[in-house]
Design a protein. Structure first.
Length: 138
């Protein structure tokens, strides 16, 4: 499906992170999940990981400092940089596992590509019978 304008995937990631800022504030750990289809961010959200609970039980301290505005900006920038390294796939899931330790952000990014055999077979059959696919290519 072609739209009048297309928003680059990196910009969509930035927009998704901005949408989640309120929920991210104060979190100490979690996983941000973005589902990508046709180079478009679809569903996205946060899996909360309350690692600070055990720490509070043992020390009796108040809730430790979590993500601040500055750390959220750092997280968003790292997420955009990571997605810009993505090449040669259009469907999949990107997960950003993060944690705050002593006021420092730790981040791990996983990029999962997904393929659909029905699409592969569709293109193979069209080429076999000399038909063009929707893009007009052989």
């Amino acid at each position: 499906m072609a739209y009048e304008f297309e928003v680059p995937l990196a910009r969509q990631v930035d927009m998704a992170f901005r949408q989640m800022e309120g929920e991210l504030k104060g979190m100490t750990a979690g996983t941000i999940v973005l589902q990508v289809r046709n180079d478009t961010v679809g569903k996205f959200g946060i899996r909360h990981l309350p690692v600070d609970l055990a720490e509070r039980r043992t020390t009796g301290d108040a809730k430790p400092d979590g993500l601040t505005d500055a750390l959220i900006g750092e997280l968003r920038k790292a997420a955009v940089e990571a997605i810009q390294r993505k090449t040669s796939w259009t469907h999949g899931e990107v997960t950003y596992d993060f944690g705050i330790k002593h006021g420092k952000l730790y981040l791990s990014v996983t990029v999962e590509s997904n393929y659909n055999m029905a699409n592969v077979l569709f293109h193979v059959n069209n080429k076999k019978f000399g038909k063009r696919d929707r893009s007009g290519e052989h």
